[in-house]
Write a protein that binds this ligand. Structure first.
Ligand code: FES
Length: 148
């Protein structure tokens, strides 16, 4: 006969039903967080990413965007003029999913937030703008250093 007592059944090799349910709930939450794409939610912002512009063909054209770092927090560089560049964290400000580059703008695959090439939110899930990072160019303008 089934029991209504949560402590008298041992479904997982010695733990009580109550312990089993508690552990199962934690595992379910962890699985849901992973499914939500929060892979970059806690990664620190980059500090000292070096970018050789010539290594990213998209950056040869004004308006071009390229992802330049995929470790830690992914970073995108935008060529904003013939001699200037901007950099943004690709960590979605809504829930931390890695934002994708879509032509000359950005789109979050998780809930659909969109951002223009200046990192400003433009539609989809309402959130703030992408985090802009500091870009320093060398004298020749062909090597960039990105810091948070
Ligand atoms: S995580 Fe990007 S829109 Fe929700």
């Amino acid at each position: 006969m089934p029991s209504d007592n949560l402590t008298d059944v041992t479904p997982c090799g010695g733990c009580s039903r109550r312990e089993f349910l508690a552990h199962s709930s934690l595992a379910a939450v962890a699985t849901l967080l992973a499914a939500c794409g929060s892979d970059t939610a806690t990664a620190p912002l980059p500090n000292g990413v070096t970018v050789r512009v010539a290594d990213y063909p998209a950056l040869a054209t004004v308006g071009g965007i390229s992802q330049v770092s995929s470790t830690g927090t992914p970073v995108a560089v935008v060529r904003s003029s013939a001699s200037t560049f901007r950099a943004f964290s690709l960590r979605c400000p809504h829930a931390g999913t890695t934002v994708q580059i879509t032509g000359g703008s950005f789109r979050c695959p998780n809930h659909g937030a969109t951002f223009n090439s200046s990192g400003a939110w433009t539609g989809g899930e309402r959130t703030s703008s992408l985090t802009e990072l500091k870009v320093t160019a060398n004298a020749a303008g062909d090597i960039l250093t990105i810091t948070s």
